[in-house]
Design a protein around this ligand. Structure first.
Ligand code: UT7
Length: 315
């Protein structure tokens, strides 16, 4: 499988750390050194599906394919306004796709989980051209009275079109399932029979445990897939790391012993946009002309589940 098109779309509203300090007990002096975030794009009047459609159309246009050439669509999303149908069907209806639509809820590593599914379908001959869209609005999951979570996130959508090729050199998916590291729940509709208490709990996170999980699994799994190819981190041209926290990204970079220029980042302007983070970064780098044919690119992402994933791809 190989990537033949990328796209992304962001909400118009940009919220600075100083904006947050107008209504929260926080400051740029706390947020920037601990996270690397200066601003984030936040949904106001946009619909998430519209961002997803814009990212999808940009990726399809760049691929040179027509919408009708896409024969599988995978959408990665944690939350949107609809519980059903899946966001994949909503986006597909909007852009005229008529292929199988699959939704995955794999949180931050969703792009790499979707890549793995796409790679498997293409390798099995069951799909030729797969569209992946990651569309997320985590700013609608946090309490905006909770300074420990709401300052971290931003919204957006990223997309990629994959087709047959032998550019994917390795993918590793990993899980350490537990519900007490990152979680959120909300009540369902009441019925005459429900006898349990259901409450609304906005996004909760054990930041330190997630931090440790992120750095440990990312470094371990990157080294593992590189070793399988007889490579080391120094053979890689670019690392596309989930933009959750600059200290996590720097922790991974330091342990791999790789220079800064191989770790492009956009967390400064976007915050953590969950599964949309990697494909937005990929699209921004691609459209800047950063990648050249044959470049070795490693993807790594981690988050709720706890799930993590890494991939090695040749551009
Ligand atoms: O997408 C994957 C999911 N998430 C992640 O990858 C996040 C991973 N974790 C992290 O990025 C970091 O753990 C955080 C950025 C979330 C937190 O950084 P930390 O250095 O672990 O801080 P902390 O949670 O231990 O909080 C330290 C202090 C606390 O005050 P006390 O109890 O020491 O008095 C917090 O109340 O900082 C306080 N604090 C804040 N202060 C000002 C927490 N958030 C804020 C804030 N502004 N926004």
């Amino acid at each position: 499988m190989k990537i033949i098109g990328t796209g992304s779309a962001l909400p118009r509203k940009v919220v600075t750390n100083d904006d947050l300090s107008q209504f929260l007990d926080t400051s740029d002096e706390w947020i920037f050194p601990r996270t690397g975030i200066r601003t984030r794009h936040v949904i106001t009047d946009e619909k998430l599906e519209d961002l997803g459609m814009a990212a999808a159309c940009a990726a399809i246009a760049q691929s040179g394919l027509q919408v009708g050439d896409i024969d599988m669509f995978i959408c990665s999303n944690v939350v949107n306004e609809y519980l059903t149908p899946g966001l994949s069907c909503i986006i597909a209806a909007g852009i005229g796709l008529r292929c199988p639509c699959i939704d995955i809820n794999c949180a931050c590593p969703g792009f790499i989980y979707a890549m793995d599914i796409a790679d498997t379908y293409i390798a099995a001959g069951r799909a030729r051209n797969v569209l992946v869209v990651c569309a997320e609005e985590p700013t609608r999951m946090t309490s905006w009275e909770d300074r420990s979570t709401c300052v971290l996130f931003g919204d957006g959508a990223g997309a990629a079109v994959f087709t047959a090729g032998d550019n994917v050199k390795g993918i590793k998916l990993n899980a350490e399932p537990s519900v007490d590291k990152i979680w959120q729940y909300r009540p369902l509709e009441p019925t005459p029979y429900v006898r349990k208490t259901e409450t609304n709990v906005p996004l909760q996170m054990n930041g330190r445990e997630v931090f440790r999980f992120a750095v440990t699994t990312s470094v371990r799994d990157i080294n593992e897939i590189l070793a399988k190819e007889g490579m080391t981190a120094s053979d890689v041209d670019y690392f596309m790391i989930h933009q959750a926290n600059m200290r996590i990204i720097e922790g991974i970079r330091g342990r791999l012993g790789v220079p800064e220029e191989k770790f492009p980042t956009n967390i400064q302007d976007h915050g953590n946009s969950s599964s949309a983070s990697c494909p937005i970064l990929l699209d921004e780098c691609n459209r800047k002309g950063l990648f050249k044919k044959g470049d070795k690119i490693v993807f790594s992402a981690f988050g709720a589940g706890l799930l993590s994933a890494v991939a090695l791809m040749e551009w």
